[in-house]
Design a binder for this molecule. Sequence first.
Ligand code: ADP
Length: 265
Amino acid sequence: MAQPLCLPPGSDIRLADFDADFHEGLDKEAGKTETRRLWEELDDLAYRLYAEARRAVVVVLQGIDAAGKDGTIRMLARGISPQCLDVVSFKAPSQLELAHDFLWRVHKSMPGHGRIGIFNRSHYEDVIVVRVRKLVSEPVWRSRYDQINAFEKLLTDGGLTIVKCFLHISKDEQRERLEERLRDPHKQWKLGPADLDDRRHWDSFEQAYDDALTKCNTEHAPWHIVPANRKWYRDLVVARLVRQTLERLDPRFPPYDPTLITSLE
Ligand code: ADP
């Protein structure tokens, strides 16, 4: 059975309707082979975007703890030259950041012309964790959906393409991943009591995500719900999405000047 990657703006998005295990019936080896092939195309397209230096792309990665944001970044970085990439991780805001509006730190982290930004978390934390943890009042987080949509419109009007990916894992899959991390001395450092406490609020996070995905799924910046229980399938879907985005932009090398070579001594 097919499963849509995104829904039309205005649709009610409920994560419970999406199968985190979905993988098109593909087998793992075939999926990995396709991802490796996509890396070659991504590298070429990203290099052209870099040379053209007129437009930019940002890939926004959101998901519950252990959804695979770090792994997805590693995958994209295997395909795209680091000179074309800006990876930014958004943590709990600093005092300086809290002294500004919530979009301040995000706006100044956007990739400049020619570059691909990858956001590990984003301004969506300001309607997700902030809501679940009651860090601001309800009227404040509620007003942010419209503010985010207007902000993203400003960005896309300015030549930025926003690829928003929600990495969708099931509660059982999260348990397995957290357990694996807790047992592995090289992975346990990634977890703290706060992460385990977040799991207790699974339903509240899901509700907050349903609302954010529904209210901020716009024509100019749609959400993609990436089935992420299988890491290889998640990688394939995100690689395809970034490839499609770059192909649509069709970046061009600046015009060739045949006379320039005559000035070479
Ligand atoms: P990660 O889990 O992304 O690998 P951390 O373990 O350092 O990295 O987690 C970052 C933490 O920062 C998360 O718990 C996240 O919810 C929190 N965070 C990010 N943005 C905000 C925000 N705007 N307000 C409050 N907390 C935030």
